[in-house]
Design a protein around this ligand. Sequence first.
Ligand code: AMP
Length: 143
Amino acid sequence: MATIFTKIINREIPCHLVHEDAHTIAFLDIGPLSDGHVLVVPKEEREFLHQLSDESAAALGRAVARVSRALVEELGCTAYNILQNNGADAHQAVPHVHFHVIPKAPDGRGLGIQWKPGAIDHAAGAALCARLSKRMKPQVGDP
Ligand code: AMP
């Protein structure tokens, strides 16, 4: 399942590199929503977040936090969004897991969000939680 991000990881096409370690790479988005819009990508080739190994997911979370810290320090931005799309219906264009780190610019540029909250059904929510928690199996290496 090689995508354009695999080509970037393998240096077959160029990128503006921000960070690289054994499990992840981070580079500027070619179509930024604001200055400093960075993509953080696992080297593991998976389309969806839930398909990642725990090792890769942990490294990705660490890299997202570190890239965010660098952006806050360097740009002095006081707000930013993390976006992670899974599936074409959820706006995913490149089928290789990636996190967007999108600074909110002083002029308002950045991620626009349409958020239409409903009202929770507490009984249905409690039943769902009971079912979900059964699926949260302990993993080797859990703290
Ligand atoms: P998504 O909709 O979450 O899949 O976002 C894919 C992102 O990848 C978009 O924001 C694109 O601008 C970005 N993108 C696609 N090709 C490249 C590339 N060659 N270098 C950097 N960013 C890219």
